[in-house]
Design a protein around this ligand. Structure first.
Ligand code: ADP
Ligand code: MG
Length: 216
């Protein structure tokens, strides 16, 4: 790790993860507002790609807002962070490149409290880089849950309900909804993978309907 600053102490990385609509942005805004009330120097960043509600604000689905600076890359966050900044907030962190892990570690090494919010899983139900690596290096991890739109149970998955098969496709309630494990329906190739894993553990044949749908 290439640490440029160091020795200040007190730095830490906090990650808030979970599916869409689970309150990650609300929780990020809540923590940052408290830091502002405590008169700490706070800077907030969001990726350029996320322009759903505003370019210069972090906005939650319940419409809480906080001013933010757009950053095109993880390196741009480091460059734009003032050396005296005490708290750095980053929303929609899954849209940044893998350099984000090193950037957060560098900021923490120079004494900053880094609060990062992002999706831990993509709509296929697979770990969404760079969040998994951030979870590993963080001092604190909060995994939030939403409400399943089918049954009302606690939801940890983001179900794509319209749009393309691209991993990154910006959208809100028109494109995604929160689902629990029971009602999350992964795409067919993932269903086949899960069915194979289940078959290997239970020593039963792969479910025929999974194999046929996956072949088209
Ligand atoms: P995230 O950043 O995790 O996508 P937000 O903080 O933007 O979540 O939004 C959380 C808010 O979204 C909730 O307080 C609630 O008002 C609203 N909401 C809409 N759909 C759901 C849902 N299925 N489960 C929970 N909250 C929901
Ligand atoms: Mg959010």
């Amino acid at each position: 790790m290439n640490v440029v600053w160091g020795g200040l102490g007190g730095g830490r990385i906090e990650v808030i993860c979970g599916p869409m609509f689970s309150g990650k942005s609300e929780e990020l805004i809540r923590r940052l507002r408290r830091a502002i009330i405590a008169r700490q120097r706070v800077q907030v960043f969001k990726p350029v790609v996320d322009n759903r509600y505003a370019d210069d604000e972090v906005v939650s689905h319940s419409d809480t807002r906080l001013s933010a600076t757009q950053a095109a890359t993880a390196a741009a966050i480091l460059q734009a962070t003032h050396p005296r900044t005490e708290v750095v907030g980053i929303d929609e962190a899954q849209f940044f490149d893998c350099g984000l892990v090193d950037v957060c570690e560098q900021l923490a090494a120079r004494g900053a409290r880094v609060v990062v919010a992002g999706l831990d899983l993509d709509w296929r139900g697979r770990p969404f880089a760079p969040i998994p690596d951030l979870l590993a290096v963080a001092e604190s991890v909060t995994k939030s849950q939403a409400v399943c739109m089918v049954c009302g149970a606690a939801a940890s998955f983001s179900q794509k309900i319209s749009g393309t098969t691209d991993t990154v496709e910006i959208g809100s309630a028109e494109r995604y909804e929160a689902r629990c494990r029971r009602h999350f329906e992964p795409e067919e190739s993932r269903q086949l993978e899960l069915s194979r894993a289940r078959a290997a553990v239970l020593r039963v044949p792969v479910r025929e309907e999974d194999a046929t749908t996956a072949q088209g």
